[in-house]
Write a protein that binds this ligand. Structure first.
Ligand code: ADP
Ligand code: MG
Length: 722
């Protein structure tokens, strides 16, 4: 069709924007340039104030109101010098996006001019009218205000735009009653809870002052890039972020010729530009490469304390999308934009420790260090076994459902890959404790050393959702579009419970006069016996694992609606409230929001499916059918024999498409229940299959209808033309 040709011609005519890079913007020069860093604070704040702020950051506490004015004033001066005219409290509501409320620094001075104002209380607290953010019933409509409060552990920064600068302050977002309405609040709460329990365990290992233990996260972000002309020509991509139609192209990813291939020039220009912007914001973008699917790429920043990593990850997504547009590209974060080629995930690499004790998931050189390493590893094993359902729920979304378990991403069954060597060590520990004499091949903690474990094992098991990779665990199930906050606070919380359990066991045993090494041995043995079932080193994609996992009693929560109830189970309520991460109210609000988002997201796609099928695909197919029919008539008039086979071939999917549209319309507009939970199950069980029927007929038509009549950009065009 004309629209498709126009799009292709526009791509051919593409002119790269002139480079924005100048020598003054060498990567080393720009890193952190737009950030109100510790170094900037040290230079601009009185010594006592600076020390107070640092202590606050180190202990992950709210800012002392006594120093707020001084900090605000220094921050304002810095921002004004950078060219900022406005400031914004940036927060992370329970959507996929980041929210900002902007205010001007300038207020009338009463004499016809203006004066820049920014008091401590404006820095520390904001009051956005937040009635349109999801709150799951936590705020009644007459009290629509939410409160934002600066999270001192995440530095303020200046966001550039061609037409001005804005000072951005990362904040938590809570209701008047203090209930969490965002992703950041539970993450901060979970960091604090973990720090407390980890300190108890470390004390037993002789670390009286281990520093504040935090978790670290390094998210690997996958995404697709396509020319914006194609993107804009597809209402499904524009509105739902994924294609709801599209026949499989003759060439897909089967040649593996894209993975780690040379990055195309236009894409490289975008990456370099985007990374420079990320550097300015202090985001340590580190690796970039082509991914498996055509048009798919990955970026991974260096890991950071997970609270900061989560904020940076959100900022990274916004920045990448913006810069892509400057290069005429649209960046898709959706987990499955194209059926038949790989989808996108966001692997969250996870460890914990502090600058004092280092990484607690790094095997050490001495038996003592190794015992400590095994204890922290065992905590993760217990946590993932006990609360695998919660981990699954932390990555549940309508969009991620298209990817999990599709043999390109881990299955919905949550298991742990340890690698043969570490699995063997745990086996021996279990056995060693079971026998009083030291048999050959068994190990006793505190006596033997661990075999030297490679810190970067070569044999990566890519089919495991939760894999040990030498000095960290990699959680591979998170979706490419989601915030990393919910997987991270879930891991933090379940590990907190395990550390609490271990600390209590060890404390009791030592108090009763047991030798410490023996106590460690016993506790490890118990954990492996009780929770070893979660360890699986085999092929997570295989059919057989589904059967075996069930026999092991592991949950297989295939869809979002199977997983979400985990969040409000009695065990979850007990767990999250015990450590002060969520109250029962807060958990229920999150459940309600997630259910509603699932339902809305499928419903939008269903309506889009109807619209596109009715107004684009069916008309094109009928035009072609008419041409064929006219051809038959013309041939007969000319006295020739007319073969109607093709006409019949085309007419069958046209009839199927019509019937499919009618059925889907009825399902969406007449039969759908109104109660949110029922509507969500209905979306999964009725709407998605009904959409599939429409798509199957449409995709068949795409392979039959004359190419010049076909209205939608094809997979081939979107994935390969750049
Ligand atoms: P791969 O593709 O081999 O898994 P990448 O280099 O793409 O590895 O990404 C690895 C990610 O893991 C990076 O973000 C990196 O900073 C992060 N990472 C490395 N060590 C740790 C650690 N100890 N804790 C958390 N994340 C880590
Ligand atoms: Mg990677």
């Amino acid at each position: 069709s004309a629209a498709r040709l126009d799009a292709i011609n526009a791509v051919i005519a593409y002119q790269a924007p002139s480079p924005t890079w100048t020598a003054a913007e060498a990567p080393g020069e720009v890193f952190g340039r737009n950030v109100f860093t510790k170094a900037v604070m040290q230079k601009r704040l009185p010594k006592a104030v600076f020390r107070s702020v640092m202590a606050t950051i180190e202990k992950q506490m709210p800012l002392d109101p006594a120093v707020a004015d001084a900090v605000a004033s220094a921050m304002k001066d810095w921002a004004l010098e950078m060219g900022a005219t406005h400031y914004a409290h940036v927060f992370y509501p329970l959507t996929h996006s980041t929210a900002e409320k902007h205010d001007s620094f300038f207020e009338p001075d009463g004499e016809g001019g203006s004066i820049a104002e920014f008091a401590g209380k404006t820095l520390v607290q904001g009051e956005p009218d937040a009635s349109s953010f999801p709150n799951g019933g936590l705020r009644s409509t007459f009290e629509a205000r939410g409160y934002t409060g600066w999270d001192v552990t995440s530095p303020a920064y200046v966001l550039e735009n061609q037409n001005g600068m804005t000072l951005c302050i990362p904040t938590v977002f809570v209701s008047m009653t203090g209930d969490a309405l965002d992703h950041k609040t539970p993450l901060l709460r979970s960091q604090a809870a973990m720090a407390r329990q980890a300190a108890r365990v470390l004390k037993l290992f002789g670390h009286d002052e281990p520093g504040t233990i935090v978790s670290y996260a390094g998210p690997e972000q996958e995404y697709f890039l396509l020319d914006r002309h194609f993107f804009l020509s597809r209402p499904d991509l524009l509105n739902a972020g994924r294609t709801l139609f599209g026949a499989k192209p003759p060439k897909g990813q089967e040649f593996d010729d894209h993975y780690f291939g040379a990055v195309p020039d236009r894409v490289l220009a975008f990456m370099l530009h985007a990374e420079r912007e990320l550097f300015k914001l202090g985001i340590p973008a580190k690796t970039r490469h082509n991914e498996v699917a055509p048009g798919q790429f990955e970026i991974a920043p260096m890991f950071e304390a997970s609270n900061l990593a989560a904020d940076h990850q959100q900022l990274l997504m916004v920045t990448m999308k913006k810069v892509a547009r400057e290069h005429g590209l649209e960046l898709l974060f959706h987990e499955k934009p194209f059926v038949g080629v790989n989808g996108s995930g966001k692997h969250v690499n996870f460890s914990f420790g502090s600058s004092t004790v280092g990484n607690l998931l790094l095997p050490g050189d001495t038996p003592h260090e190794n015992a400590q390493f095994l204890v922290f590893c065992a905590a993760v094993i217990r946590a993932v076994h006990k609360y695998g359902g919660l981990l699954r729920a932390s990555v549940a979304s309508a969009t991620n459902d298209h990817r999990l378990g599709a043999n390109e991403a881990p299955p919905a069954i949550i298991s742990i890959f340890l690698g043969d060597q570490l699995a063997d060590v745990f086996d021996q520990v279990a056995k060693g404790g079971a026998t009083s004499s030291k048999e050959k091949g068994t190990m006793t903690i505190g006596v033997d050393t661990l075999p030297v474990l490679p810190t970067d094992p070569g044999d990566r098991n890519r089919t495991s959702p939760f894999a040990f990779t030498g000095n960290r665990f990699e959680f591979r199930a998170p979706g490419s579009m989601q915030s990393i906050a919910s997987p991270v606070y879930t891991i933090n919380t379940i590990v907190t419970e395990a550390l609490d359990h271990i600390a209590t066991e060890l404390e009791n045993r030592v108090e009763a006069g047991e030798d410490f090494n023996h106590a460690v041995q016993k506790v490890l043995e118990q954990i492996i016996t009780d929770h070893g079932a979660v360890v699986f080193n085999g092929d997570g994609y295989s059919e057989q694992w589904q059967v075996e996992a069930e026999a092991r009693g592991l949950k297989n929560l295939r869809t979002t609606m199977d997983a979400l109830p985990e969040v409000v189970s009695p065990e979850a309520v007990e767990l999250f409230s015990r450590y002060g991460i969520f109250s029962e109210r807060e958990l229920h609000s999150r459940y309600d929001i997630a259910v509603e988002q699932y339902e809305l997201s499928v419903a939008v796609e269903a309506r889009l499916t109807i619209e596109i099928a009715k107004t684009s695909i069916l008309p094109a197919a009928i035009r072609y059918q008419t041409l064929l029919a006219q051809n038959v008539v013309a041939l007969r008039e000319a006295g020739m024999e007319a073969d109607t086979a093709l006409l019949q071939t085309v007419s069958a999917p046209i009839a199927a498409l019509r019937a499919g549209i009618t059925a889907l319309k009825k399902a969406v507009f007449e039969d759908a229940p109104h109660e949110p939970e029922a509507a969500a199950f209905y979306a999964r069980d009725v709407l998605l299959p009904a959409m599939d029927v429409v798509r199957t007929a449409a995709d068949e038509l795409e392979t039959l209808v004359a190419d010049d009549l076909w209205p939608l950009a094809t997979y081939q065009e979107m994935l390969f033309i750049r």
